[in-house]
Design a protein around this ligand. Structure first.
Ligand code: NIG
Ligand code: FE
Length: 414
């Protein structure tokens, strides 16, 4: 990480993601519109985007200069859904699934989230911080600059708070802009299996008040799905969170048409995420609401489950966000370039649509659209440089790679 926050990027083949008009979440046909300038320069001053224009018109001197070598420059990604604080990987479950076990069957037998919770309970703050920081840095190196991070592998007062404290430290010690989400309702802990409502009491009456008082979370999540939390339980938890000013960003409709979309909308959730299983009823409800549909193609890829119907949703007039879901069970990757390849190949989005869904639109799903998500004068200089490709279609086309050579966060080269 370097300490300068003033620099100029020259010789940009294509500068993508420009926005000069007031923010407007992109829906339907507009999702494919990406404003661009060829043969450009971009000036970053004091950590902010100060100017940009035709390279030939650039008169700046005595400023640190980066040569984009005719490649792409664009805003960094905004990854609105991750679980990067965890104690250990879970490749043993991966092998079980390769042999035919389902994600749900592994979860029911005490694996899955409960497996991660046991391990997290035994992990120290320092170890959790160090491994999460490493994951965060790997995401930054792949072009991500704003990240939402969830708790949810604690599932007890002490461990959930430990996770949220780790996220708080990450916020304080990274140039990435981070939002924290409380996901105590990620699974029902084993010891509460026959008395679920007791755990929900702990969530609502012990954890939430403490988290709100100590400002440890920006949002609240519930895994509203078959085998996890019911619609009624989700409503109780989100209603309690709303009283503390924590909006919902929930897991819904990953394993079944769960009613999660509707209860999220009813409770004013900022976003409903996953949506592998939806019907027209969910799309109609979303179309009539401000809740943002967020799809996670990496999860479908890794669990080998159906992909969310992004193409149909966008054609129906919806705007969508794409996020990684980086976690040890269902998506052990934060590679947003690969995610765009999946969104194009498997969800039939266009490269311009998938790009907007993880930059411009994603900003709204973390309420940071005034500062991040586009090349706009005055916005925070979160910029990535890709010298090996020169147009946006090549970004998802070269799948499985990391085309990001340089990530600049708050004007600082990382
Ligand atoms: O978003 N679906 C729920 N939570 C995570 C997976 C959690 C896990 O398996 O550890 C997800 O896919
Ligand atoms: Fe998730």
């Amino acid at each position: 990480m370097q300490n300068n926050s003033t620099l100029v990027i020259r010789n940009i083949g294509n500068l993508y993601g420009i926005s000069t008009s007031p923010y407007s979440f992109k829906k339907g046909k507009d999702l494919s519109i990406v404003e661009q300038l060829s043969d450009a320069y971009l000036y970053v001053k004091d950590g902010k985007i100060a100017d940009f224009g035709p390279d030939a018109s650039c008169t700046l001197s005595d400023v640190q200069s980066i040569d984009a070598k005719g490649g792409i420059v664009c805003p960094t990604y905004i990854d609105t859904h991750t679980h990067i604080v965890f104690a250990t990987s879970r490749e043993e479950e991966y092998v079980m699934r390769l042999k035919g076990a389902s994600y749900e069957a592994i979860a029911e037998s005490g694996g899955g989230i409960l497996n991660s919770a046991t391990k997290l309970g035994n992990a120290t703050f320092d170890d959790l911080y160090a491994s999460a920081k490493q994951r965060l840095n790997s995401m930054i190196a792949m072009g991500t600059g704003v990240v939402e991070i969830k708790s949810g592998y604690g599932l007890s007062f002490d461990s959930e708070i430990k996770m949220l404290e780790v996220i708080k430290s990450l916020k304080a010690n990274s140039d990435a802009h981070i939002k924290a989400t409380f996901l105590g309702a990620h699974a029902i802990p084993m010891e509460y299996k026959s008395r679920r409502s007791d755990y929900i009491d702990v969530l609502i009456n012990e954890m939430l008040p403490y988290i709100a008082e100590h400002e440890l979370a920006d949002y609240c999540d519930v895994f509203c799905d078959k085998g996890f939390y019911t619609v009624e339980e989700t409503r109780l938890i989100l209603t309690a969170a709303n009283k503390y000013g924590l909006k919902g960003k929930i897991h819904a409709n990953e394993l079944a048409v769960s009613g999660g979309v509707q209860v999220g909308i009813e409770c004013g959730a900022l976003s409903v995420d996953h949506l592998e299983c939806t019907t027209q009823a969910e799309w109609d409800a979303l179309l009539a609401s401000d809740t943002i549909p967020t799809l996670l193609p990496g999860t479908s890829f890794f669990l080998d489950i159906p992909y969310g119907e992004a193409r149909k949703m966008v054609d129906y007039g919806l705007g969508i966000v794409l996020a990684s879901d980086f976690n040890p069970g269902s998506t052990p990757s934060g590679n947003m370039a690969f995610l765009q390849s999946l969104a194009c190949l498997r969800m039939k989005l266009l490269p311009t649509e998938s790009f907007n869904a993880c930059t411009y639109n994603a900003a709204a799903a973390l309420e940071c659209e005034d500062e991040y998500g586009s090349i706009t004068k005055g916005k925070v200089a979160n910029i990535q440089v890709m010298t090996s490709i020169n147009n946006l279609n090549q970004l998802p086309y070269y799948y499985g790679q990391n085309p990001t050579d340089i990530t600049i966060l708050k004007g600082k080269i990382q």
